[in-house]
Design a protein around this ligand. Sequence first.
Ligand SMILES: Nc1nc2c(ncn2[C@@H]2O[C@H](COP(=O)(O)OP(=O)(O)OP(=O)(O)O)[C@@H](O)[C@H]2O)c(=O)[nH]1
Ligand SMILES: [Mg+2]
Length: 344
Amino acid sequence: MDVVEGMKRGDRRALARAISVAEGGGAAPLIAALFKETGRAFTVGITGPPGVGKSTLTGALVTRARKEGKSVGLILVDPSSPFSQGALLGDRIRLSDHFTDPDVFIRSMASRGHLGGIAGATGDAVMLMDAFGKDMVIVETVGVGQSEIEIAEVADTTVVCLQPGSGDSIQVLKAGIMEIADIFVVNKADHPMAGQLRREIRIMMTMLDWQGWAPALVMTQAMSGEGVGELWEALWSHRAYLQESGELRTKRASAFAHGVRNLILGRLADAVDAAMAGAVASGLMERVADRALDPYAAAEQILQRFDPKATGSAARLAPRVRATVKGLHAPSEAEIVHHREAGV
Ligand SMILES: Nc1nc2c(ncn2[C@@H]2O[C@H](COP(=O)(O)OP(=O)(O)OP(=O)(O)O)[C@@H](O)[C@H]2O)c(=O)[nH]1
Ligand SMILES: [Mg+2]
C-alpha cells in the first residue's frame, strides 16, 4: 500500500492520509502493516475543562520537546461535531509557532461519530503517529463527560488541567477523574485563587489510597512558561515509573483489551444491523406490531439466525471500503486548514 510506503519514507502527507483513512473507518489494513513499528512513542493526554489553557500549555510542552530534540505528534480532539471553528481558531493561534516545524505534526479530529469515542479513531491516529516515528504524541481533549476518562485509554500519562476560581476541584470529584490523573496541573497560577485550588487538590489526594504512583501536582502559567519545566520533569518521572514498575505493559494491555472489545462491538453492531434489516424485510416487525409475536420472541428468532460475521448493507459500507481500497477520504474543511497550516 502506497500510504504505508510513504509513512515508512517519512512522508508527512502519507501520515495525514493514513489518519484520514482511519477516520473513515479504514484503519485495519494500515494498522496491520504498521503495528510492529508502534509502541515507542511516549503518549501524553492533556485534558481539562474548556479554556483552562490546555492548548497554551501544549504549545509550551511542544517547544520544550523540540528543545530536547524530540519530534512531536499532536492530536487536538474536538468533542463537538461539526468542528467548532472558534475553538479551532484558538488552538491554531496558540500552536502557531509549531505549524511550520516539520518535526511537529498537528492534527484535529472530531471525537463524535466513532465507536469508542476518543479511543477509536484517535487511538488509531496515535498508533499511526507512533509508527511514523514521533518521539512524543500529545492528545489534547476538552474534558466534557466521558472524554477525559477515555483519554486515559490512549495515553501513557494523563495530565488533568484545572483552573483556579472555577469550582474545578469539585468537578474532579464528581466526574471521578481523580483516578485517571497521573499529573494535576493548576494552570493560571497567576490567579489569586490558585493557592486555594492547590490546597483543595492536596486534600482530595489524601482521601484516596494510592498504590504505586501518587499524582504529581504542578502549578503552571502556560502563557509565560512558568512551571512548564516542572511539568516536563513530572511527565518523564511518570514515564520512568511506568517503565520501571512494569505498569506500562499492564496499562497498555488493559487499554488494548478495551480497544479490542470496542472493535468487536463495532463489528457486532454491523451484524446486528444486517440481521435487523433482514428481519424488517421479512415482515417480522409487522408481526410484532400485530401482537402476533412478542418483542422478546422476535429477538430470540433473530438471534437464532444471527451471523456475527455478517456486515451491514453494501451502501452503508461503501464509503469505508472505498477509503480502505483507495486510501482516499475526503478531508473536512478543518483538516484542510490544518494541513495547509502544517505545510502538508
Ligand atoms: N492568566 C492566565 N491566562 C492563561 C494562562 N494560560 C492560558 N491562559 C489564557 O486562557 C485562555 C484559554 O487558553 P487555551 O490554551 O486556548 O485553553 P484551552 O484549554 O486549550 O481551551 P479549549 O481548547 O477551548 O478548551 C487564553 O486566552 C489563554 O491566553 C495562564 O497561565 N494565566
Ligand atoms: Mg485548546
